[in-house]
Design a protein around this ligand. Structure first.
Ligand code: DGL
Length: 277
């Protein structure tokens, strides 16, 4: 059993993603755990992860974890579905820090809320290809049926700011058609960017389908993990920057998109040469 000191309680939580999308998870952590400091890293130089292989993603994640360790984080949140699906099980055996991903929490929520036992998952090619969502869901209840659909165009469309565009809506209709035919009553938004398309997806799927954003359950899971380890912050930091932002490239573009996702404006984003870690 790891031992933690009271100083660890006020150390930041490291949160990372392949780019800006993980801010939808960071935003939920800020909302549920307002006392916590966060160090966010977005791998904007190497996004997207969704089309890359397991080996490449694992190499990237190891570098990011090493970077976050230099920031003395007390825990790590893998706020990227693809990285959670491909790297979390390996990384958690390699480090001493508590670490949590987004796939398990999303799977758990979906298994709990589905009434007809038919669950859809939309995500990147890599996440769908990993088969991890169905695996977790069936480990909770083997009778549940899971239907996956990769939606690779959603990430660039969101990053281009086209969340309310008729082109995005047409593409979404095509992607979601086969899930509509499967009579699902629950749909997991299994990619960090998809909660930003929530109203569009809701409009297509209708009110009869519950949309699951894994970010909510992930923030709850983080609270449980920090409590368990005795390192949940009990007061907000004084005199320090509460949230720090780092990217591997394009700080300006990151900041522009980030400011439309987060409830506050980011003042500084630092660029890190992640290949050095
Ligand atoms: N963050 C990724 C995910 O949640 C989406 C973007 C990417 O492909 O890197 O799967």
């Amino acid at each position: 059993m790891e031992s933690y000191t009271s100083a660890d309680r006020y150390a930041p939580v490291g949160v990372f993603d392949s780019g800006v999308g993980g801010l939808t998870v960071a935003r939920e952590i800020m909302r549920q755990l307002p006392e916590e400091r966060l160090v966010y890293f977005g791998d904007t130089a190497r996004v997207p992860y969704g089309s890359k292989s397991r080996g490449t993603i694992l190499r990237f994640v190891r570098q990011i974890v090493r970077f976050l360790e230099t920031k003395q984080v007390k825990a790590i949140v893998v706020a990227c579905n693809t990285a959670s699906a491909y790297a979390l099980d390996t990384i958690e055996k390699e480090i001493r820090l508590p670490i949590i991903g987004v796939v398990k929490p999303g799977a758990k929520t979906a298994a709990e809320v589905s009434r007809n036992g038919r669950i859809g998952v939309i995500a990147t090619d890599a996440t769908i290809g990993s088969g991890l969502y169905p695996q977790f869901i069936r480990s909770i209840n083997p009778a549940l049926q899971v239907f996956g659909k990769a939606c690779p165009l959603f990430v660039p469309l969101v990053e281009e700011g086209m969340t309310h565009d008729f082109v995005t809506e047409e593409i979404a209709r095509r992607y979601l058609k086969e899930l509509q035919e499967k009579d699902i009553d629950t749909l997991i938004l299994g990619c960090t960017h998809y909660p930003l398309l929530r109203s569009l997806i809701r409009g297509i799927m209708g009110d009869g389908v519950q949309l699951v954003n894994p970010a909510y359950e992930t923030a709850l899971g983080l609270r449980r993990l920090l409590e368990e380890k005795g390192i949940l912050a009990d007061r907000a930091p004084e005199g320090e920057e509460k949230y720090q932002y780092y990217v591997s490239d394009g700080a300006e573009k990151f900041q522009m998109i980030a400011n439309s996702i987060l409830p506050h404006q980011i003042r500084t984003t630092q660029v890190v040469d992640i290949e050095n870690y």
